[in-house]
Design a protein around this ligand. Structure first.
Ligand code: HEM
Ligand SMILES: *[C@@H]1O[C@H](CO)[C@@H](O)[C@H](O)[C@H]1NC(C)=O
Ligand SMILES: *[C@@H]1O[C@H](CO)[C@@H](O)[C@H](O)[C@H]1NC(C)=O
Length: 322
């Protein structure tokens, strides 16, 4: 009798979890096996589309990684960054950190279409972003990790959240620390996640003041950037965030910081005689340590305030609520 009672209890829990019914009794958490019965081909479907997109354009790997970051920092990882502006909704795409900058939306649409074709109405856009970010890092030679799943999509977005929560490239170290802390991420995780800048590009407007006006920058490096970033034109001209290997996910970002070759003011803040220096030094010497810390911080970032249970929805089209 008592054995029967103890056996029954976990089964009740299992039923709740399987149905995705969450209450205060069963706390909803993300899980790596969330879609294993409802969409067994999800991971391979996303992976092949990311592979194709990165083959077409290597920078796309960087762009997809950044989309997940910008999604998670605004009311959690809920796909809000993907919503287009409409007559009834103000999205996040026109926010300062995203306008003329966030990209990869067409690739996410393609992945969503491919996922809908294998399991319709089941997989959230927020989860697609999390998987695509992981696959992008792997495609560019970086570490892999197990992506936690089960996020649902928002029906709203926050333009002000995007403007206020995503750190600016003019930030100093204490502002970077507090921006991440506001999302539940530690200083250590902030420094590890900043290694995302080992891939991708930035616009002149975001590093002009640094190359013309700052002193903690290698002078040869600064000079080399000026022809493509004039003092008063060329705002949208691009330069790599990692001058050495901009399409390979490695620890060169941290090596650059040690030689004062960080592109953004905010990058060089991590190695400027302050409290972040020693961790940058460690990552510059030990790529494996960076990879281990980066992957666990990505899982943590991916866990910021997900919508679960009956909250949110599974969007049919990532650009608009159902
Ligand atoms: C620490 C605070 C951060 C600041 C201030 C920051 C700022 C920026 C800026 C200004 C750009 C260039 C945008 C442009 O010029 O159009 C950029 C690009 C990028 N960021 Fe960050 N970022 C931060 C953290 C992160 C994190 C945590 C990740 C991912 C884990 C990330 C991934 C990227 C990537 C991959 C790009 C290149 C995107 C592309 O080429 O399309 N960043 N970031
Ligand atoms: C960092 O920047 C913030 C916001 O601009 C400013 O209030 C603060 O004084 C700065 N801190 C340091 C240590 O420079
Ligand atoms: C450099 O700083 C000076 C003095 O603050 C300012 O007038 C000028 O606009 C700055 N130049 C750039 C490119 O930011």
């Amino acid at each position: 009798m008592s054995q029967f009672a103890t056996m029954r209890y976990p089964k009740v829990f299992l039923v709740f979890i399987t149905l995705g019914l969450c209450s205060t009794v069963v706390y909803c958490q993300l899980s790596s096996t969330y879609y294993s019965t409802s969409c067994p081909n999800l991971l391979s479907t996303v992976q092949s589309a990311v592979k194709q997109a990165v083959t077409n354009e290597k920078r796309m790997g960087a762009s997809l990684l950044r989309l997940h970051f910008h999604d998670c920092f605004v009311n959690g990882c809920d796909g809000s960054i993907l919503l287009d502006d409409s007559s009834t909704l103000t999205g996040e795409k026109t926010a300062v950190p995203n306008a003329n900058s966030a990209r990869g939306f067409d690739v996410i649409d393609t992945i969503k279409t491919n996922v809908e074709a294998v399991c319709s109405g089941v997989v959230s856009c927020a989860d697609i972003l999390a998987i695509a970010a992981r696959d992008s890092v792997v495609e560019l030679g970086g570490p892999t990790w197990t992506v936690q799943l089960g996020r649902r999509d928002s029906t709203t977005a926050s333009l002000s959240g995007a403007n206020n929560n995503i750190p600016a490239p003019t930030s100093n170290l204490s502002t970077l620390i507090s921006s991440f802390s506001a999302q539940g991420l530690s200083t250590k995780e902030m420094i590890a996640l900043s290694g995302g800048h080992t891939i991708g590009q930035a616009r002149c407007t975001n590093f002009r003041a640094r190359i013309y006006n700052e002193s903690n920058i290698d002078s040869t490096f600064a000079t080399s950037l000026k022809s493509n970033c004039p003092s008063s034109s060329g705002d949208n001209n691009l330069s790599p965030l990692d001058l050495q290997t901009p399409t390979t996910f490695d620890n060169n970002y941290y090596k650059n910081l040690r030689s004062q070759k960080g592109l953004l003011h905010s990058d060089q803040q991590l190695f400027n005689g302050g409290s972040a220096d020693s961790q940058v030094t460690t990552y510059s010497s030990y790529q494996n340590t960076f990879f281990t810390d980066f992957t666990s911080a990505m899982v943590k970032m991916g866990n910021i305030s997900p919508l679960t249970g009956s909250n949110g929805q599974i969007r049919k089209n990532c650009r608009k609520p159902n």
